[in-house]
Write a protein that binds this ligand. Structure first.
Ligand code: ACO
Length: 324
């Protein structure tokens, strides 16, 4: 059975950067109080990228995909599977993956979306890995893309300061050499209420609440415990020790969650990739964006063992172990 090897990556952030001070000033015009100090102390976030009106997940995904294809040295014609992880698709249907396929001029093969919120990318990567291992695909594009700014209640300071927009992508290919060496996915549907956007389009109207709602403290506790357990389980599955992991690329929700997790796993800070300060929480895009940053700046190298971890609404969580 072949392995799925990561042969390229790309990341794309919309050009408009909104600092905490800018956001605080904007909220102040609506008598909503926040500050750079509060946001940095509680979350580690200093700024986020926000897509302009009309820019959708497929646009960001296509840019990230183009960079990943270029980095991998393959063309759209080589791609026989596209999976986009997103909770903010352009449309109810067609899928964002089909829109990306058309934008890239790729033809043939499967294209579909995966919806597992902030765990979306690890879900999508695990799915693509299974296709490759089963011989049903040879070269896959796996993308996490979000325009979360569109589902935020900009009058709710408890959530609107936390998120940003962006997309990250990887190209994986069938290989005799180890690539993805372990994957572990989980869900607990009894926890839907702690993080949700419980609206829908029905009979021509939006019904329910179209905005993201969150119980921050419940999410915090569950996220740290679930990710720590999943890290141990995926290492056991792959037959490696946690100390063999060269890089932890966790979901970028909050620096305090990341630091707690690192301490719980005894992984030193210098082995943990952090982008939450500059990207904020980009949901399904956060892991591939962070991975791409660390690959391009030379931290993640050939031969390294990388653990990617996602956690988010559903409640969902999981880990993927990759030999580079
Ligand atoms: N600016 C200033 N004050 C604020 C803000 C803000 N942006 N948001 C909330 N507050 C206030 C609250 O109103 C409250 O005021 P009060 O004491 O007068 O009632 C006070 O700050 C404390 O509010 P809490 O919600 O209890 O703050 P907490 O310390 O829990 O921090 C946070 C909130 C940062 C969301 C925290 O719960 C957390 O880190 N949760 C993890 C969840 C997370 O990161 N979610 C991201 C999405 S989920 C995911 O990706 C997995």
């Amino acid at each position: 059975m072949p392995y799925a090897k990561i042969i390229g990556s790309g990341g794309y952030l919309p050009p408009r950067v909104v600092s905490n001070d800018q956001l605080a000033a904007d909220l102040a015009t609506r008598q909503i109080e926040t500050s750079d100090t509060w946001i940095v102390e509680r979350t580690g976030i200093r700024q986020r990228h926000i897509a302009d009106e009309g820019v959708m997940s497929s646009h960001l995904a296509t840019e990230a995909a183009r960079l990943a294809l270029e980095d991998a040295g393959v063309t759209a014609a080589d791609i026989d599977l596209i999976i986009v992880a997103t909770s903010t698709p352009d449309f109810v249907f067609p899928s964002t993956a089909c829109l990306v396929q058309a934008n890239l001029g790729a033809k043939g093969g499967a294209a579909f979306d995966v919806q597992a919120v902030c765990s979306g990318f690890v879900y999508a990567l695990t799915t693509a890995d299974a296709f490759i291992q089963a011989g049903r695909a040879k070269t896959a594009l796996v993308i996490g893309a979000e325009v979360f700014s569109g589902i935020l209640d900009w009058n709710d300071r408890g959530t609107c300061v936390l998120f940003g927009d962006g997309a990250g992508a990887v190209v994986i290919q069938a290989s005799a050499e180890p690539g993805i060496i372990g994957a572990q996915l989980n869900a607990d549907g009894s926890q839907t209420k702690i993080l949700c956007a419980a609206g829908n389009v029905s009979r021509g109207k939006v019904t329910g609440d179209p905005f993201l709602r969150m119980d921050g403290q419940a999410v915090f506790k569950l996220a740290v415990n679930c990710l720590a357990k999943s890290a141990h389980e995926v290492c056991e599955q792959a037959g490696i020790a946690l100390t063999d992991v060269d890089w932890l690329v966790p979901h970028q929700a909050n620096i305090r969650i990341i630091n707690f997790l690192g301490r719980k796993l005894h992984i030193p800070e210098e082995k943990v990739v952090v982008t939450v300060d500059s990207h904020a929480n980009t949901s399904a895009a956060s892991v591939p964006l962070a991975f791409d940053v660390a690959r391009r700046d030379g931290r993640i190298k050939t031969g390294d063992t990388v653990m990617m971890q996602g956690v988010g609404g559903g409640f969902t969580w999981g880990s993927v172990l990759v030999k580079m």
